[in-house]
Design a protein around this ligand. Structure first.
Ligand SMILES: [Mg+2]
Length: 289
């Protein structure tokens, strides 16, 4: 009887422990999901601003108009390169500008909006489905700047972290490249050469760190201007292992370049600016007592 009672107690304890472990595991998963969904919902104001504010449109036009007005002077000033990777021997090279694609030339806010509506976090699979639709609109002013550069004989090179991923056996290793080309043409950038699109993972060394691709471009062209919505579109090694104060210091260090050879666009919805903020996001808020 005693033994039976003891066995019963043991079974109860084990069952109790199992239920606690299951509850803990389920709880952690729920917290992870909650965090991701919360993060998607946190994009509400940012996405509303991108999609609805006259101010975003005006700021993008301001940036592209400024660049357009500097094109002729940049072409003439053969002693200047926009790329830190290009330090000498570039004066006689043909001119080029480098643009990021997402949130610089193409507006993917419908993808962000759909995530919010569905209460979903970013996932590579849903992002790739959006890329395959080829239906992003242009950021205001982008088409005009790019076509003006092409008219002036400047090579326009797109350096994007859209990632090469095989979808089907028949679709090749990088269907995203043709998707991006067709999308760019659909918004009115008609003379883009497919060879001037450089995607992430297209070559082994082409990681999300864009330095190696800028170095590749620098071998053939004098780089007049850089355009992007992420500090990594301008500077190497700023997307991780660096904090937000160090990133701000780099912006200051290169302050003469902004609006001259470097042109940045606001993107409150995602980017390495957010990735470098460790721990609780609200701990990074700078309030007052
Ligand atoms: Mg971008």
């Amino acid at each position: 009887m005693k033994k039976n009672n003891f066995s019963g107690l043991k079974v109860s304890v084990v069952l109790c422990l199992v239920s606690v472990l299951v509850a803990c595991h389920t709880n952690t998963r729920m917290q992870d999901n909650d965090k991701q969904v919360q993060s998607a919902h946190n994009n509400l104001n940012s996405t509303l601003w991108l999609q609805n504010s006259a101010e975003f449109k005006a700021s993008a036009l301001q940036t592209y108009n400024t660049a357009k007005n500097h094109l002729a002077a940049s072409l003439a000033d053969t002693g200047v390169s926009a790329a830190l990777e290009q330090t000498s021997g570039f004066a006689g090279l043909p001119p080029a500008i480098i643009l990021d694609v997402d949130e610089t030339v193409l507006d993917n806010s419908p993808y962000q909006a759909q995530l919010i509506k569905n209460g979903k976090p970013f996932e590579l699979q849903t992002w790739d489905s959006w890329v395959a639709l080829r239906s992003a609109k242009a950021i205001p002013g982008a088409v005009e700047l790019i076509n003006e550069a092409l008219r002036k004989g400047i090579r326009v090179i797109f350096l994007t972290n859209r990632e090469c991923m095989q979808r089907t056996a028949a679709g090749g290793a990088c269907p995203q490249k043709m998707d991006t080309l067709v999308n760019l043409r659909s918004v009115g950038i008609n003379n883009v050469n497919i060879d001037d699109l450089m995607l992430k993972n297209e070559h082994v060394s082409w990681t999300s760190e864009k330095q190696s691709r800028r170095m590749t471009v620098a071998q053939k062209y004098r780089i007049l201007m850089l355009f992007g919505d992420d500090l990594g579109d301008f500077l190497p090694h700023v997307k991780k292992d660096i904090n937000h104060q160090q990133r701000a210091e780099l912006v200051d260090k290169h302050k003469q370049r902004w609006g001259q050879t470097w042109y940045v666009f606001g993107n409150p919805t995602y980017g390495s600016w957010q990735r470098v903020l460790m721990g609780e996001l609200k701990d990074h808020l700078d309030g007052y007592e």
